[in-house]
Design a protein around this ligand. Structure first.
Ligand code: ADP
Ligand code: MG
Length: 388
């Protein structure tokens, strides 16, 4: 399918073309028509599937069709983190280049004066993090009385980060008559309940990671004892073939320990997770994108929110209990037709998870047996020294 088949106006098609998008992604193909019709929507698709354009394009089209005589917000997008808020607002800038729809972004951790000034000038599309938005609503700076479209982005992450109460507080300020869109990478029961309370007769759109994407990713598995995982990781990262790597850690503490170990071994690394300050996360992400550090160590939740388009490698230090998580993680590489490599470590305790994963992906992950930390193999001399 082509973007032009989606009944999008010419100025939007032009902007999308300039972004280099050739075809709508599956979630865009499915979500754009009902959103253009004004329907409520429940969209479930993992990170990187193009959810932003799936709501931003139809919103821009609807808002560009007529500008009312008030300065109130017409579309509100709630998203959990500053990085995401900035990314979404930038999409409205890019996609909306040839339509006349004003937009702004608000989040905490910075002075509120410029945000208040923007609101005062009138903002049609407001992207916001819930905490700061509630602050500004409380101070009377945000007019939501005329809201036409409400978007809850990354609903599951919002829940994980404990923002549900804030979200519900925002919703209390919205007019009853409005269009609602809810996007989430996963659909746990709590999200279904939340969706049930927000959406009216929604169209439900779900996109699974296409098997073909996963097929394109070179996967390999290393059996390694728990205590050797960090060393094996440092060893593999030293390969110049690894341009950049997203390393998954089950815990925040683990992420810190892994990053610290890599740095000690001379591999540029940083940890990124919910306990880090916004500015630390932004700085780590920028260093990584600029190629100043090779490895970004993240928890699943932190990794989900970040958009890195050219990732050559994904490492999983632990196999996940939930097989779908394996697919989500490896799907972070090999984007947009690029070749990606996914390397996973499996300790004796994790063998049981391997079965479920291989059943889901319907193939055996090739095992690399010949490596310095293979269980039972003689350890490299240098490492033995360090151990004593
Ligand atoms: P999500 O919100 O689902 O995580 P994003 O909306 O952030 O995904 O999009 C992920 C990346 O894909 C972005 O870099 C975006 O520019 C790109 N993208 C979105 N739609 C398309 C498309 N139709 N064709 C090519 N790239 C796209
Ligand atoms: Mg998104």
């Amino acid at each position: 399918m082509d973007f032009s088949e989606l009944k999008l106006a010419r100025p939007l098609l032009k902007a999308v073309g300039e972004q280099g998008y050739e075809k709508p992604s599956p979630i865009q193909e499915k979500a754009i028509p009902p959103v253009l019709e004004g329907r409520d929507l429940l969209g479930c698709a993992q990170t990187g599937t193009g959810k932003t354009a799936a709501f931003a394009l139809p919103i821009l089209q609807r808002l560009a069709a007529g500008h009312p005589n008030h300065k109130g917000v017409r579309a509100l997008i709630l998203t959990p983190t500053r990085e995401l808020a900035l990314q979404i607002d930038e999409c409205f800038e890019n996609y909306g280049r040839y339509v006349n729809v004003s937009h702004a972004v608000i989040f905490g951790g910075v002075g509120q004066a410029p945000q208040v000034a923007a609101l005062g000038r009138g903002v049609e599309v407001l992207t916001a993090c819930p905490g700061r938005l509630n602050d500004l609503i409380g101070q009377g700076f945000v007019d939501l009385a005329h809201l036409e479209v409400f978007v809850l982005d990354e609903a599951d992450r919002m829940l994980d980060m404990g923002f549900v109460h804030d979200v519900k507080r925002v919703i209390k300020h919205l007019p009853a008559q409005r269009q609602n869109l809810l996007f989430s990478a996963t659909m746990p029961k709590e999200i279904e309940q939340l969706a049930g309370s927000i959406l009216k007769r929604p169209v439900s759109v779900k996109v699974d990671p296409p098997a073909s994407t996963v097929d394109k990713i070179r996967q390999s598995l290393y059996f390694v004892e728990k205590g050797d995982k960090k060393r094996l990781l440092a060893f593999l990262l030293a390969d110049p073939g690894v341009k950049n790597a997203l390393v998954f850690s089950r815990t925040k503490h683990g992420a810190n320990a892994i990053a610290a170990f890599l740095i000690k071994q001379g591999v540029g690394a940083a940890a990124i997770h919910g306990n880090k300050s916004q500015s630390a996360r932004v700085a780590a992400l920028e260093s990584f994108k600029a190629g100043r550090i090779k490895a970004l160590v993240a928890t699943d939740i932190a990794a989900r929110g970040i958009d890195i388009s050219e990732l050559t490698h994904v490492f999983q230090l632990d196999l996940p209990e939930v097989p779908e998580t394996y697919v989500h993680r490896i799907g972070r590489t090999g984007r947009a037709g690029a070749e990606g490599t996914a390397v996973s470590f499996c300790s004796a305790e994790e063998r049981e998870y391997l079965q479920g994963i291989e059943k889901l992906i319907k193939k055996k992950i090739p095992v690399v047996k010949d490596h310095p930390y293979a269980p039972g193999a003689p350890r490299p001399a240098q490492e033995e020294e360090q151990e004593r």
